[in-house]
Write a protein that binds this ligand. Structure first.
Ligand SMILES: [Zn+2]
Length: 224
């Protein structure tokens, strides 16, 4: 263990967001886990929306995403954006507008930042033109916190949550974690009904429960 990391824990209380080991930043082991392995996940409830993820939401990955999402470790936006850029390259999606799935406005206020908007913006910056980020979706109102809800409750909760700007551009939805996919489905349907061409969705990770896996691709050779 490097002396600087020991000193960081002793004097600053700094630990790795993934494994809690003393460190000023993500340790090398957890940073390696962030290297995305692009996976296409299949969801019987919404076959038409091609959804790609970079990891399974568990252990260190889950802690890293939670620390970032809760505003405790916003410096992780860039490494997470690099991971999502790899997912996009693995998906084969062509240049499109990245549309962050809106968070509950109360959660954004509590966290002090809009994590999906920050992530999408960082990804489009990494990938360069013609990739752009636009907030084409807005939250209709405060939604119920989904923690602890059943599968059926989550599906019902997603109904009527978003408003979409009218347009006709190819778009890719950006979110942090896919659970049931109900949120993505609702967002995609709203964009479609407003004239947009929804190319697919990309997320940092997914919870494997009740999801069927598709193909797994090797890591993209592109370096962002
Ligand atoms: Zn670590």
């Amino acid at each position: 263990m490097k002396w600087v990391n020991v000193a960081a824990e002793l004097f600053l209380g700094a630990t790795c967001s993934g494994c809690q080991a003393p460190s000023l930043r993500l340790c090398s082991r957890c940073a390696a886990k962030l290297v995305a392995q692009p996976m296409l996940i299949r969801r019987p409830s919404c076959e038409w929306l091609e959804t790609w993820v970079g990891a399974t939401y568990e252990a260190e990955i889950a802690r890293i995403i939670l620390a970032w999402k809760d505003g405790v470790a916003t410096q992780l936006t860039r490494p997470l954006a690099r991971s999502l850029a790899v997912v996009i390259c693995g998906s084969g999606f062509g240049p499109s507008t990245l549309v962050p799935v809106p968070s509950d406005p109360r959660a954004v206020r509590r966290r002090g930042f809009d994590h999906t908007a920050s992530l999408a913006k960082a990804v489009s910056k990494l990938m360069g033109a013609p990739w752009v980020t636009r907030k084409l979706l807005s939250h209709r109102g405060a939604a119920v916190d989904q923690v602890g809800l059943t599968w059926a409750q989550r599906l019902r909760n997603a109904e009527g949550r978003y408003l979409a700007a009218v347009g006709a551009e190819p778009v890719i939805l950006v979110d942090d974690v896919v659970t049931t996919g109900a949120t993505l489905d609702e967002a995609a349907n709203m964009l479609c009904s407003s004239g947009h061409q929804v190319v697919g969705a990309v997320c940092l990770a997914h919870t494997p429960k009740r999801l069927n896996f598709g193909k797994t691709l090797p890591q993209s050779g592109r370096n962002y």
